[in-house]
Design a binder for this molecule. Structure first.
Ligand code: DAH
Length: 335
């Protein structure tokens, strides 16, 4: 009988030692100590033993029960701390987390391409302030006082005399003030206008160009801009110069390129004209030379200004300019 109890004890300890998780521990506890468990059964059967054996058997059985209860408690604590360690451990079989890779913003990319092309043509890259005086933004550029571009609707005024620059053209004056001819610069930068829809945002990007020297003609302007368009788009992208008006150039022209979507056949993007306007340009107005102290009889030059956002939209086939500024990673990672 005692052998029998020892056997149960040893077997229970062996089973406990072989346990691997808390669920199995529960089952094992029921098997030995539960209401119908092996030990409990044994205790119940003591009444069937000869009277003389009962006290010793009862004592021993209770003692083993106590030992086993303690052993189960110790095992439970051990298993629990094992579970916690396993949870905290690194699972080397899990797939790794992909590292999202940054990329240059599409506007930055187009900006760099434009700057590269003009750098290779011998232009320097200059910069100017975004908060600009009325003098540089308008007055020195020959804007008459009543010119519609001075209207509150287009211009963000900071004071009567200070504005957020509405274009990069003030840098024509700033660069000519700083140096005498020859001048050959481009000026990329942010500009601001009170306007917002599918094709306009209150802040957008321009690149200004200015070349002043002796004997510069409209033919030079055409040559430079044709080379530029062929390099930025391709050789098949032809140009069209349309007469236009800007206060700071005379004569002035707007430049259209053959529609990059339909190649001239007519589509929604080019409003079925086959052409897309990409920049304004012209020969520098002599009034500007007066304002910066250049000899207007000796020097001539040309200027141009283009919208970078619009060019990026055309190159990448984007129909809503606001996408550039929403910073949606799903949009940005496509470039
Ligand atoms: N500043 C003009 C604008 O923002 C664009 C422009 C037109 C710039 C003709 C020029 C130019 O340099 O010659 O609408």
């Amino acid at each position: 009988m005692e052998d029998n109890l020892d056997h149960i004890h040893q077997q229970a300890l062996k089973d406990l030692a072989a346990l691997e998780n808390t669920d199995d521990l529960q089952d094992l506890s029921v098997r030995y100590l539960g209401r119908k468990g092996i030990l409990t059964q044994f205790l119940r059967n003591i009444s069937k033993l000869p009277v003389a054996q009962r006290p010793a058997a009862g004592k021993k059985a209770n003692e083993i029960k106590r030992l086993l209860e303690k052993a189960f408690k110790v095992a439970a604590e051990k298993l629990e701390s094992q579970d916690q360690a396993a949870e905290a451990a690194i699972d080397v079989s899990l797939p790794g987390r992909a590292v999202a890779c940054g990329a240059l913003h599409p506007i930055t990319q187009i900006n760099q391409q434009i700057c590269d092309i003009f750098s290779n043509l011998g232009f320097d890259i200059a910069e100017g302030p975004e908060v600009e005086s009325d003098y540089y933004n308008f007055e020195a550029l020959n804007f008459p006082k009543d010119h519609p571009a001075r209207d509150m609707q287009d211009t963000f005024f900071i004071t009567d005399d200070i504005v957020l620059r509405t274009h990069t053209s003030p840098n024509q004056i700033r660069s000519m003030e700083k140096q005498s001819p020859p001048v050959r610069i481009i000026v990329p930068g942010k500009v601001y206008r009170c306007d917002s829809d599918l094709t306009h945002t209150p802040m957008f990007h321009q690149v200004e160009g200015l070349l002043v020297d002796e004997n510069i003609s409209f033919g030079d302007l055409k040559g430079i801009l044709t080379t530029f368009v062929h390099q930025l788009f391709d050789e098949q992208t032809s140009l069209r110069f349309r007469p236009s008006f800007f206060p700071f150039t005379e004569p002035s022209a707007e430049v259209d390129i053959l529609c990059v979507i339909c190649r001239g056949k007519g589509c929604r993007v080019c409003s079925h004209t086959g052409w897309l306007e990409i920049l304004g340009s012209g020969m520098v107005h002599p009034a500007l030379y007066e304002n910066v102290g250049y000899d207007a009889d000796r020097y001539t030059g040309f200027a141009f200004g283009m919208g970078v956002d619009r060019i990026a939209m055309l190159k990448y086939g984007i129909d809503d300019i606001r996408k550039f500024f929403e910073n949606d990673i799903r949009f940005l990672e496509q470039f």
